[in-house]
Design a protein around this ligand. Structure first.
Ligand code: CA
Length: 487
């Protein structure tokens, strides 16, 4: 067992005590490096990894994958031991992160089709992404890495509030420059050949000469250097350690302690990310903007089955709604502002990232598209009593799954995976289904109440607005029992 959840009361006391101590100490700290800063407009960085398992970071107990730099974000900031994403695969999870809204509200309930002629398959233009929310309050934004929010011209990053884009449009990519041979996505006619497209810098294709993860880290540093005097938002969406499992010799050589070849390669891919995070943290310090930069780190979904990842004791994998699919490594760091060394255990959501940015900057949010996420700052600093979310919801349209967590109770109602009720306080591993033929009446009543609550929430959602990636020529409504696409 790599970690455990304590009783709610004990946790709450610990969080409050630690948060209070951190706040007290912060008021005594001089802010020597912050001449360039204003507290209202800190720089924001989201470092998003792809398919990284809950237990694949040191701060969640990994003892084979060594992540000292990623761990700094958690150890010098606040770690969320119950941090969730809103979908168990890449595209919809990212749609939630970038809008602060449940993706089902705007029909992004599956991975988008990679087809630049498809005018439906992407983030609806009326939705406001973080970059679009922050632009009116003076931010310059960059997306570096994986986009996955639509490939049609109208959906591309530079049309969505991002001033700078360096990366690729599709849901995955190869890592070695010699594999990147296709000049543009229009020429990637075969499924998955888009993994071989050349990297884009804004609307141009560029040649790269480094292992892709290193390339993305360097570009992130270049962007930070250019924008160090202005408020910026950097969305650094590494595709590592998503398949294909490809690592350079340098990183493989640092993971020879791992005997399993697949795990070693996966670990090496995480090492590359960790090195990048370390270089970024060093540069923020060198530029004197470390104290004025808030960094969120998380994975877009849990580790995938049989791909070298480790979700620890959490049940299940990417694509499913047991904890292993959506309960992810998650932390935030902002020196002097976010309490350091705190393990915050109340459930938080990736939807809260935009809620937090908007709360700090007072950036306006369109009334007709209210956020589902909240500003986490009052909660993690202890100013706000109570919890950020009484309830969290999930819907995976194609597999007929609905799920919710209210307090420590979690209900799953799934055509694919069956019906479940778990008490996460005592059974985080979801081994003891509380609704069975012999289960007690109270559990059945509770399950009933939770599923009614999910169904009430579901009435606010719409069906996916684009067809699925696999079997996209089939009417989506006939596919309800099919598995979610796993790319
Ligand atoms: Ca993913």
């Amino acid at each position: 067992m790599k970690y455990r959840v304590n009783s709610t009361i004990k946790v709450f006391k610990n969080v409050m005590l630690t948060a209070t101590l951190a706040c007290l100490s912060m008021s005594c700290v001089s802010n020597a490096k912050s001449e360039k800063t204003t507290t209202e407009k800190p720089n924001f960085i989201i470092i998003l990894t792809d398919d990284q398992g809950y237990a694949d970071v040191g701060f969640n107990g990994s003892d084979d994958i060594i992540t000292p730099n990623i761990d700094r974000i958690a150890n010098e900031g606040t770690k969320f031991s119950n941090g969730y994403v809103t979908y168990a695969v890449c595209g919809p999870s990212r749609a939630g992160i970038l809008t602060g809204r449940y993706q089902g509200r705007f029909g992004f309930g599956r991975n988008p089709i990679i087809d630049p002629t498809d005018e439906n398959s992407g983030m609806p233009l009326e939705e406001q992404m973080i970059s679009e929310v922050l632009k009116p309050v003076g931010y310059t934004s960059s997306i570096i890495g994986k986009w996955h929010m639509g490939t049609h011209e109208k959906f591309r990053p530079n049309k969505r509030g991002f001033d700078h884009f360096y990366g690729f449009l599709s849901g995955g990519h190869k890592y070695f420059p010699s594999d990147l041979t296709i000049d543009k996505i229009e020429n990637a006619k075969k499924d998955w050949s888009w993994y071989n497209t050349k990297i884009m810098e804004n609307n141009k294709r560029v040649e790269i000469d480094e292992y892709l993860t290193d390339e993305l880290s360097h570009e992130a540093i270049n962007f930070i250097e250019r924008e160090q005097d202005n408020p910026f938002f950097l969305y650094l969406a590494y595709n590592a350690p998503h398949t294909p499992l490809q690592a350079s010799k340098e990183y493989l050589d640092r993971n020879t302690h791992i005997k399993d070849k697949k795990r070693r390669t996966y670990a090496a891919m995480v090492t590359a990310v960790d090195d990048g995070v370390g270089r970024i943290l060093a540069k923020l310090d060198e530029f004197g903007i470390d104290d004025n930069t808030m960094i969120f780190f998380l994975s877009d979904n849990g580790g995938a089955k049989n791909k070298g990842s480790d979700n620890g004791e959490l049940r299940g994998f990417k694509g499913g709604y047991f904890e292993g699919g959506v309960h992810v490594p998650f932390a935030v760091r902002w020196p002097g502002k976010v309490p350091a060394g705190v393990n915050y255990q109340n459930p938080v959501s990736s939807l809260d990232i935009l809620g937090t940015f908007a709360g700090i900057t007072k950036a306006p949010i369109a009334q007709e598209r209210p956020l589902d996420g909240v500003n986490l700052m009052p909660f993690i600093t202890g100013k706000e009593k109570g919890v950020p979310h009484d309830v969290l919801f999930w819907r995976a349209f194609d597999q007929g799954t609905l799920a919710t967590r209210r307090g420590n109770s979690k209900a799953i109602q799934s055509d694919r995976d069956g019906n479940h009720l778990f008490d996460l306080a005592n059974d985080l591993a979801e081994q003891n289904n509380l609704i069975t033929e012999s289960s007690v009446k109270e559990n059945n009543v509770q399950y009933q109440q939770l599923t009614e609550e999910i169904k009430a929430w579901e009435t606010e959602l719409i069906d996916p607005i684009f067809k699925p990636l696999q079997g996209r020529h089939v009417d989506s409504r006939k596919r309800k029992k099919n598995k979610d696409t796993n790319k």
